[in-house]
Design a protein around this ligand. Sequence first.
Ligand SMILES: [Fe+2]
Length: 248
Amino acid sequence: MYQNIDLLTPEECKDIREKIFSLKDYWINRARALSPFDDVPFYCIGVASYIDCIDPAQDHYYFDNAKIMNKIIWENFSDLFKKVEAVIKQEFGCEVRYISDFALPGFQIYLADWYFEEFTGPKHCDFHHYLLDWSKYGINFDPEENMTFTAAIKLPKSGGGIYMWDKTYPYTKEAKSISYEEHRNRMYGIELLDEERTHYKYEEGKIFFHTGNKYHQVAPIDVMENDDERLTLQGHAVRDKDIFYLFW
Ligand SMILES: [Fe+2]
């Protein structure tokens, strides 16, 4: 399921980049999600369940901001979403739908900083569908059929990509008998060897799909020059029959 599929022309990438920067007031500083520092220039447009919905006592932040940001994201990027929907239809034969209470896919923004040459995020599997109550919406899915995607809008001159390991965190076996945080700690505790990883390159204007169930990691950037940026659209999906429900 590792694929780089054509999505956007260079001109469309340029337009989307400009829109991302025109929405700077809505960027959420995510430095602390990646680093011990407050000033590492990592931002998101939109909220993400795996950051904002972990603590049930605080999950109103996710749901309140999903409402606000979904409107802004849709107003500015519906053309991009229509293209993502068309590619999913073409590649998987599935329709796309959204749950209005859940966050739409959003943007990850890395601006120039030496930090990203060393570290861009932990090795992990995506199982944050687990944080949202899909049954409330009558949606049934097999997590084995989940999907994660990244569309590269702008990459540093030295490129960008993802490391994948052929290894899965077996969260499905225990389902909800333990908390998400406990699952996450166990997931991070599994040893993964550098020599067993495969590097996949992202390409500007292309969308990369994978299941999210295999361990993966945003690959550190070889060289981050002062005018470099790494801008991606990031999303996840669960599949109920022939419909992918996209979320973040
Ligand atoms: Fe992931």
